[in-house]
Design a protein around this ligand. Structure first.
Ligand SMILES: C/C=C/C(=O)SCCNC(=O)CCNC(=O)[C@H](O)C(C)(C)COP(=O)(O)OP(=O)(O)OC[C@H]1O[C@@H](n2cnc3c(N)ncnc32)[C@H](O)[C@@H]1OP(=O)(O)O
Length: 265
């Protein structure tokens, strides 16, 4: 029995393969669009994953062949009225994405089809993005009279620069996987995004778990501050790595010409 079997989700599936968890958004009739229930379940799964040391990496993907996630659920968005309701909705979505971005383990979005609006914003909250060849990515919110409100205006500009981000946001155009790769929006393009994501996760999981977590935190915190403070964070995290057993093991294994065996201690 895996740790997830005791939970029941309606719009998500979560599977555990050793220390790797695969979270699948599953709303087949709506191209996996994020409604309130999906967002609440995503928040719940994020908390479970964050609190469980068994899980060392997470892949997020969409169910079926056509879509990763086709955005926030437009039929729910259409019910919104007034500044405050809109703001609350954006803050709630941002919270969910922030929870994923702050997970202390590496996360990979396996973009197996459309990643639009809130779907791309979900992928942007992950550390690494792997797109299938047929994937299409974009932030079409302005075509609906909205703007990307689940972190897209901020995370996209930080990832690919404000010029490219504004091109995507203002034109509302979709890009195919190869163009997304050329602009740094995705890290890999593959025939099968999920398979490739698993391979990337395997590469990651060979490394020292505490170092992975601290490296992620240093990059994340550094992006939110000045270079000077970011370098301080980096030095602090480096110091914390040096205090681990895994550092002793990693360096001893290299010098002893053997494979390291990390314990996350
Ligand atoms: C802060 C965040 C804001 C946002 O995220 S705003 C939303 C941004 N996303 C979008 O604007 C994309 C909306 N979807 C589409 O444009 C199209 O879909 C696609 C291009 C992705 C695919 O088109 P096609 O192949 O013709 O499929 P189909 O018939 O449109 O979709 C199948 C079913 O899925 C529902 N659906 C698709 N996307 C959403 C969505 N984002 N919210 C709610 N439902 C959605 C449709 O309505 C339809 O349903 P039915 O079969 O009952 O007609």
């Amino acid at each position: 029995m895996t740790m997830f079997e005791e939970y029941e989700f309606t719009t998500l599936q979560i599977d555990q393969h050793g220390s790797l968890a695969v979270l699948t958004i599953h709303r087949p009739n709506a191209l996996n669009a994020l409604n309130g229930e999906t967002l609440a379940e995503l928040a719940q799964v994020t908390d479970i994953v964050a609190e469980n040391a068994e899980i060392a990496a997470l892949i997020v993907t969409g169910s079926g062949e056509k879509a990763f996630v086709a955005g926030a659920d437009i039929s729910e968005l259409a019910q919104l009225e007034g500044v405050f309701a809109g703001r609350e909705m954006a803050l709630a979505g941002q919270d969910v994405m922030h929870g994923i971005a702050s997970l202390p383990i590496p996360t990979i979005a396996a973009i197996n089809g459309y990643a639009l609006g809130g779907g791309l914003e979900l992928a942007l909250a992950c550390d690494i993005r792997v797109a299938s060849r047929g994937a299409r990515l974009g932030l079409p919110e302005v075509s609906l009279g909205l703007l990307p409100g689940f972190g897209g205006t901020q995370r996209l500009a930080r990832l690919i620069g404000s010029g490219r981000a504004l091109d995507l946001i203002l034109t509302a155009r979709q890009v195919q996987a190869e163009e997304a790769l050329s602009m740094g929006l995705v890290n890999y393009v593959a025939d099968n995004a999920l398979e490739r994501s698993r391979e990337v996760a395997e590469m990651i999981l060979k490394n020292a778990p505490i170092a992975l977590s601290l490296a992620k935190e240093a990059v994340r915190r550094g992006l939110d501050t000045t270079l000077e403070l970011g370098l301080e964070v980096e030095a602090d995290m480096f110091g914390m790595c040096v205090a681990t057993q895994d550092f002793k093991e990693g360096t001893a294994a290299f010098l002893g010409k053997r494979k390291a065996s990390f314990k996350g201690e």
